[in-house]
Design a protein around this ligand. Structure first.
Ligand code: FMN
Length: 139
């Protein structure tokens, strides 16, 4: 099983989630490629079995707009039938950015693995296990 974990993170919280998700996926024997979105290509979606995509809530309940949103706009037409796991950290909101993003990816035909995973600020306590378990959801 080939898995990519692609993320944007300003202060490291979503990056920590990405590393924990990678750990979880690797514990199943999967081959995992972890990279910031600035280094990601279309093949990181099309050439793997499952892609985990991570972005915190930015702007006003939106995806980060300089790197992450352009990447999602670019791959949106490629995700039909693909398995995607969406994750990210948030601050003071209700998680609306993730609801909207999940709906958008479903609308593009993606099959979302599990429930999209959101964590308040830095992962701590039971968040750690939740992130690792999310990485095991490969089907
Ligand atoms: C410019 C900016 C906009 C933000 N907008 C929101 C928001 O609309 N809703 C929310 O819940 N958190 C918001 N946050 C808080 C971040 O989502 C939160 O701090 C998150 O943990 C950052 O993740 P990161 O460390 O991966 O960058 C915002 C933070 C910044 C810097």
């Amino acid at each position: 099983m080939r898995v990519s974990v692609i993320y944007w993170s300003g202060t490291g919280n979503t990056e920590t989630m990405a590393q924990l998700i990678k750990e979880g996926a690797e514990s199943t024997g999967a081959e995992v490629f972890l990279k910031p979105v600035s280094e990601a290509s279309e093949e990181d979606i099309t050439g793997v079995d499952v892609s985990f995509l991570g972005c915190p809530s930015m702007g006003d309940e939106a995806l980060e707009d300089s790197e992450f949103e352009p990447y999602i706009a670019k791959v949106e037409s490629l995700v039909g039938g693909k398995r995607l796991g969406l994750f990210g950290s948030y601050g003071w909101g209700s998680g609306l950015w993730m609801e909207n993003w999940s709906e958008r990816m479903r609308g593009a035909g993606a099959k979302l693995v599990g429930d999209s995973l959101i964590v308040n600020e830095a992962p701590s306590g039971e968040d750690i296990e939740k992130c690792k378990n999310f990485g095991k959801l490969l089907s």
